[in-house]
Design a protein around this ligand. Structure first.
Ligand code: PGA
Length: 254
């Protein structure tokens, strides 16, 4: 797991956008896994300004709220369209996002796994980090080998998504499993803000445990975690990570 520490949120987004750009240049038919939440918003803004050819890029996403259709104001589907996809010249057939309004979630989960397999797997998966250590909607206690499936959300996650003064849009979700995410060829996690510093330290430098699903990134051969200074502030080896990144070129890496 490579740790990159940037000055601030904007620099985190610029770094992440650089990885996306590089990946599309290397493979125009890239299979890109998108994430929802506040953290990737700055990345999506930068992606909207990229001079890239999006026509062949295939898109998946990590999760969706159960019972929430694509037009619903709180759907992740809509979020991704409004913040990213409708601004890029993408082919409709290449956008394979979850729908939360399907009758049979188990079947939809299976079909999503099959669609990913059909395109040869996800090349680059963008990830955020929950305050409780979740990745996608794999809440603490999720099997580290889990596949795409329906999941019941924890009260803290529901509180995070709930619009003030409104009933939560859903208490359940469909989510890629931890095992599914781990099969992506490359993982790109973005984390910003002091409120996540403690969980960053736990998942990066603590033991591998299903109590903190993000800790599984320790096992991925090509996971990059891009943090801003506040999010990195509790890391024990913070200075070493910085020094390592600055000196990469000395050992023939970029
Ligand atoms: P956030 O959500 O980007 O809004 O903090 C991340 C997550 O819960 O995965």
């Amino acid at each position: 797991m490579e740790i990159i520490i940037e000055r601030d949120y904007d620099a985190v987004c610029a770094r992440a956008c650089g990885y996306v750009k590089e990946a599309i240049e290397a493979k125009p038919a890239l299979v890109l896994g998108l994430a929802t939440g506040r953290t990737p918003l700055g990345l999506y803004e930068k992606m909207r300004g990229l001079k890239a050819d999006w026509k062949k890029v295939r898109f998946f996403n990590l999760d969706e709220l159960y019972g929430v259709g694509p037009e619903h104001p709180e759907s992740f589907h809509r979020f991704l369209h409004e913040n990213l996809l409708e601004h890029l010249k993408v082919e409709r057939k290449n956008v394979m996002l979850f729908r939360g309004d399907v009758k049979d979630l188990e079947k939809a989960a299976q079909e999503n796994e099959e669609s990913i397999a059909r395109v040869g797997g996800i090349d680059l998966q963008i990830l955020g980090l929950g305050h409780n250590g979740h990745i996608a909607f794999n809440e603490p206690g999720s099997s580290l080998g889990s596949r795409t499936r329906p999941k019941t959300l924890t009260p803290e996650t529901i509180a995070q998504y709930r619009k003030p003064g409104k009933e939560p849009a859903s208490n359940h979700a469909i989510t890629m499993g931890v095992g599914t995410i781990m099969e992506a060829k490359r993982l790109l996690m973005m984390v910003s803000g002091e409120s996540k510093a403690a969980i960053v330290r736990e998942f990066v430098e603590g033991p591998l445990t299903s109590e903190i699903p993000a800790s599984v990134l320790q096992m991925h051969p090509r996971a990059v975690v891009v943090l801003d200074e506040p999010a990195a502030s509790k890391l024990k080896r913070r200075d070493y990570y910085k020094w390592t990144f600055e000196n990469k070129w000395r050992v023939g890496q970029k």
